[in-house]
Design a protein around this ligand. Structure first.
Ligand code: NAD
Ligand code: LMR
Length: 340
């Protein structure tokens, strides 16, 4: 039953007229992200030329008569979209097409996140939670949090990039390999960039109390499967979907965004892969420098709190893989240094 006394949560969604937007809005309004007793207000942003399409989406939302949906605002104005926002899903950006890497989008998309980072810092709630989905997600999140910082208000811990889709993809591949239900796979990690260099790390993963690695095979078999199949499959899944659909992932991306926010807000029992801003505590531990937004294992403890999981054992293979992805993040950072 809807609790009429619970204050509605204001959720800003950018790129709301796009294909991910169409997969997100109805599920959020139905309570699938924040629960079936949490009313929501949707604040939808898209470009001026997309307002008519957005209006059509709003008509459809209205026609669903969602009991939890208290209000919809749709606009091309940043202040209106971000005003008093509690949660911002920054989806609005160009997707890549076949043959492109996500970093090829930096020039086109990076500047979007300057304006939006500033607007969030000026107009959204102090403790706003921001998830960047638009690609290249890690570096766009870095741009947004830097822009917000210049306006002088926002905590960089509140700006995340989405690697949950990669985490979910890795969980599915593992579940297929060991014939266990996907929902039983816990403590997976995807380190680094949301790009083919990401390092999907099965080493800590468990299923019903068993170590996943024990179910894959002996050390040699695991290594061969990891190197020849698993890492490539997870790292290239986005491109595989573009090749098949002619469009980039949308429903699975929307689902991952909702998973990320739900765990961040309410907590989760196992590791959540989140792209988070790094401080200098990770250099000695994982070889990850301060000042990038990097996929990391996090524990979400509820009430919007999360911590990076510290002191995991990193073997030589993992160290090299993490270093490659970190290097790519540093070179993306270099490419947009004028935006920071
Ligand atoms: P889409 O082209 O269908 O929709 C994008 C929408 O954003 C459009 O309606 C467009 O008008 C709008 N937009 C563009 N610039 C904007 C701006 N400055 N302000 C507000 N709205 C703006 O694309 P899509 O398939 O929904 O994908 C959106 C982004 O998400 C792409 O960059 C895509 O690569 C990325 N993505 C990321 C992940 C991930 O795992 N991180 C997964 C899938 C897609
Ligand atoms: C994905 O991983 O599906 C998205 O980042 C879209 C893309 O460009 O691959």
């Amino acid at each position: 039953m809807n609790n009429p006394y619970k204050k509605p949560v204001r959720i800003t969604i950018t790129g709301a007229a796009g294909q991910i937007g169409y997969q997100l809005l109805f599920r959020i309004a139905a309570g699938e992200m924040l629960g079936s007793n949490q009313p929501v207000i949707l604040q939808l942003l898209d470009l001026p030329q997309a307002q008519n399409a957005l209006k059509g989406v709003v008509m459809e939302l209205n026609d669903c008569a969602f009991p939890l949906l208290q209000k919809i605002i749709y606009t091309d104005n940043l202040e209106t979209a971000f005003k008093d926002s509690d949660i911002c899903l920054l989806v609005g950006a160009r997707p890549r097409s076949a043959g492109m890497e996500r970093s090829d989008l930096l020039a086109a998309n990076g500047k979007i996140f300057i304006a939006q980072g500033e607007a969030i810092a000026k107009y959204a709630k102090e403790n706003v939670k921001v998830l960047v989905v638009g690609n290249p997600a890690n570096t766009n999140a870095l741009i947004a949090l830097s822009a917000a910082k210049k306006v002088g208000r926002t905590n960089p811990k509140n700006y995340h990039a989405m690697l949950r889709l990669d985490h979910n993809r890795a969980a599915f591949q593992l579940s297929q390999k060991i014939s266990r239900p996907v929902g039983s796979i816990k403590n997976l990690i995807v380190w680094g960039n949301h790009s083919p260099t990401m390092y999907a790390d099965y080493r800590f993963a468990e299923t019903f109390g068993d170590k996943v690695s024990d179910l894959i095979g002996n050390a040699e078999e695991i290594h061969a499967w990891n190197e020849n199949y698993f890492l490539n499959k997870v790292g290239q899944r986005g491109a595989e979907i573009i090749a098949a659909r002619g469009l980039s992932s949308a429903a699975s991306a929307a689902n991952a965004a909702m998973n990320h926010i739900r765990d961040w807000v309410y907590g989760a029992e196992d590791f959540c892969t989140m792209g988070v801003f790094t401080d200098n505590s990770l250099q000695a531990m994982y070889g990850i420098p301060a000042g990038i937004v990097c996929g990391l294992p996090c524990i979400c403890s509820g009430n919007g709190n999360f911590e990076i999981v510290k002191n995991l054992e990193i073997d030589e293979f993992s160290k090299q893989k993490i270093a490659i992805s970190v290097q790519e993040l540093l070179s993306e950072k270099q490419m947009i240094s004028d935006m920071l």
